[in-house]
Ligand binder design. Structure first.
Ligand SMILES: Nc1ncnc2c1ncn2[C@@H]1O[C@H](COP(=O)(O)OP(=O)(O)OP(=O)(O)O)[C@@H](O)[C@H]1O
Ligand SMILES: [Mg+2]
Length: 311
């Protein structure tokens, strides 16, 4: 059974205007997203800024309202914003945020930051709590003595490790990682990503991994969903997406990856050529009149693309 299944999720935000601040429009931030993640796997959400990646993640964890659709966790409906039914899942789903500088309260010591979820869900004595936090810090590669320090005393990579310690404190099953390394120096990114992979194996974690960096997505993910304007334009295994991209938007994203590997250069050149040829007719072939993608159609058991006709 899938650990997480999202069915036709829609998240619309009201837009207020006029003298009376009435709702005059709505932003369809997420407009029909379906995905499922097997236990222990990593599902990558990729797409340009504003395509609805963060909104999808926040809706799953209950930070954004769900306008329509279903979110199933281990086959059970999490419910639409019903706080009570969600609380049952609050332990099991945690989030790692993009910016460890702003997601960690600068006025709090590491002990209080990492202990926060424990205080919400478990009754531990001060001694037990301290021991648990020290264990968690050691687990993420920080020294147990750092519990009395403040966030500004750490480097960016260390700060993200503190965020990870907080996220795993309750032994969750699913972690939603929203651009977890994009605010870090490139030299530190790989370290944190590899650490995330190690801890995934160790704790049997499932990840929903959000990034706009296809290189990182390729490194981290088993399955990938390409988002465009609140929808998926393509979905498939990492191999489907990188070896056999079908939607023009996916091809454009792939062609834009810098040429680091010379063996990939030729492949990318060919991709660019097809894109140029297809571009003329792209909008009529891949998008409807409003520039929206068609519904996903199956190309294989794992690969789906938003094309007007099968094949
Ligand atoms: N609380 C909100 N109220 C109104 N509109 C919102 C809200 N949150 C997000 N949006 C809008 O929803 C759309 C999707 O935003 P979202 O943050 O999910 O995109 P994203 O793919 O995560 O982008 P980025 O790569 O920049 O993080 C955007 O148009 C955004 O302005
Ligand atoms: Mg985002």
């Amino acid at each position: 059974m899938a650990l997480l299944e999202v069915r036709d999720l829609k998240v619309y935000f009201p837009v207020y205007g006029g003298v009376f601040r009435r709702v005059i429009d709505r932003v369809k931030a997420v407009d029909g997203v379906s995905l499922s993640i097997e236990p222990g796997q990593t599902y990558g959400l990729v797409g340009e800024s504003g395509s609805g990646k963060t909104t999808t993640g926040r809706a799953i964890i209950g930070l954004n309202p769900v306008t329509a659709g279903q979110i199933l966790f281990q086959g059970e409906d999490i419910g639409k914003g019903m706080r009570r039914s969600r609380s049952k899942f609050r332990r099991d789903i945690q989030m790692i945020f993009q910016d460890p500088y702003s997601s960690l309260n600068p006025k709090k010591r590491v002990l209080d930051i990492v202990a926060e979820p424990l205080r919400n869900f478990e009754r531990l004595s001060a001694g037990e709590e301290k021991r648990r936090v020290q264990e968690l810090l050691t687990q993420v590669g920080l020294s147990a003595e750092t519990i009395h320090k403040y966030p500004h005393e750490f480097s960016g990579g260390q700060r993200q490790r503190i965020g990870i310690a907080r996220a795993i404190a309750l032994k969750p099953k699913l972690i939603i990682a929203d651009e977890p390394v994009s605010s870090l120096d490139v030299s530190v990114q790989a370290q944190v990503l590899n650490f995330m992979q190690d801890i995934q194996k160790e704790l049997n974690l499932t990840y929903l991994f959000i990034s706009h960096d296809l290189g990182i997505i390729r490194h981290m993910c088993d399955y990938i969903g390409i988002m465009y304007k609140g929808r998926h334009v393509e979905q498939g295994t990492t191999r489907d997406i990188f070896e056999n991209p079908q939607h023009i938007y996916t091809k454009r994203l792939l062609a834009a990856i810098p040429d680091l590997d010379p063996r990939q250069r030729e492949k990318r050149q060919r991709l660019r050529q097809t894109i140029r040829l297809e571009y003329e007719e792209a909008y009529s072939r891949y998008f409807d009149q409003e520039g929206l993608a068609y519904d996903l159609k199956p190309l294989s058991t794992t690969h789906f693309a938003a094309l007007p006709e099968r094949g």
